[in-house]
Design a protein around this ligand. Sequence first.
Ligand code: SF4
Length: 296
Amino acid sequence: MTPEKRAFENHKLEKRLCRLVGQAINDYQMINAGDRVMVCLSGGKDSYTLLDILMKLRQRAPIDFELVAVNLDQKQPGFPAHVLPEYLSELGIPFHIETQDTYSVVKKVIPEGKTLCSLCSRLRRGILYKVARELGCNKIALGHHRDDMLQTLLLNMFFGAKLKGMPAKLVSDNGEFMVIRPLAYVAEKEIIRWAQVQAYPIIPCTLCGSQDNLQRVQVGNMLRDWDKKFPGRLDNMLKALQNVVPSHLMDRQLFPFQTLQTTGVADANGDTAFDEEPLPTSQTLPGSVMVPLSIG
Ligand code: SF4
């Protein structure tokens, strides 16, 4: 690729990231005038991208809001504590590094060989709330992206027997903060590309030595595999999360199946109970393959 072509492609990607993040912020009213947003920065590709794109959007936004980058140094062995302060000072953005040795606490409490993540994230959550309060932030921005959301949806279905994803916006469990995920519409592969373009000083996420959640890894691989074989499928899955039809699921709390009454009035858009749901053909849905339905 020529340098000109590369610069063009990078600019296109930057515009696309800004558009998708702006759209998610708008769709879910994530940021309002006067907000002070704490951007959680782990040193991974996702949080660097989040901060980067939010800073770009802030410059062009018609409203005033503030961003404060926050990193929690959990004292994992080998954590390069100088990387983020250097990076953030150079960016010229307000930031705070909170140092709390949760690593030792978790190591002491959890027996050898067991996964550390659930206690670790609980401790981290409490600390981040405290920091957000001290910094006067009312919103907390996290770097989860489209693929994280789809993974969570499938994991909850497969192992939790729940149709439950990862929300783009939610009230923190202590009721105090609005938690937002502005990368909700962004595919992980685009973040990977952008992180390469920007050459972020990535801090590896394996410092704690904890095993990655095997199920999450497997579901992530499955999604990546689908994305290669069936382009468009993951975007459709994300759209499906925004296009829920409670009458066609089976949750009796969401739809009054038990008291449902006939109306006696024809509904042109009503469902044809005896026919199969029409599916798009492979021509209209990119990458899809038609699977014959067995009858009988
Ligand atoms: S991977 Fe490590 S740092 Fe992350 S939640 Fe698990 S124990 Fe904590």
